[in-house]
Design a protein around this ligand. Sequence first.
Ligand code: ATP
Ligand code: MG
Length: 146
Amino acid sequence: MENRMKVEFSAVAENEAFARAVSAAFIMPLDPTVEELTEIKTAVSEAVSNSIIHGYADSEGEKTITMECMVHSSGKVVLMVEDKGVGIEDVEKAMEPLFSTGDSEERSGMGFTVMESFMDKLKVKSENGKGTTVTMTKYLDVVSGI
Ligand SMILES: Nc1ncnc2c1ncn2[C@@H]1O[C@H](COP(=O)(O)OP(=O)(O)OP(=O)(O)O)[C@@H](O)[C@H]1O
Ligand SMILES: [Mg+2]
């Protein structure tokens, strides 16, 4: 069985916690372990904060993040975080550990590395001036189905 959801929210710092909570609540029926849940919430935080901090850094007007989640009773979880912000010039470079275009005191350039290590698959699609979509897949150790 498959279940899906899609939420849209403003790209403001408060909504990082909202995105974590919503994704955690949605995957709860799959009975994730505390560790799996923490890993997913952390990966979601990294993706959402990137959209807020980098995607919509200097943009005026509407700043919207769309988050989609699909869960399958096999334990497969797919999470997508999308912004319509500035986009990433060189995705491969951006994904390198320690690479950051942000303030060096605040940013460590480890967001994508964290997403990659906590999830089983990470795909980043981005176009200059159009926005960025991060798709993360994780396979949970399922005991009971949904
Ligand atoms: N949604 C996005 N829109 C535009 N640029 C992005 C986006 N996400 C990431 N980037 C670019 O990729 C770089 C690397 O991102 P990453 O999350 O790995 O590090 P960081 O955000 O700079 O630092 P940290 O996540 O450790 O605080 C960012 O510095 C930024 O240049
Ligand atoms: Mg980051």
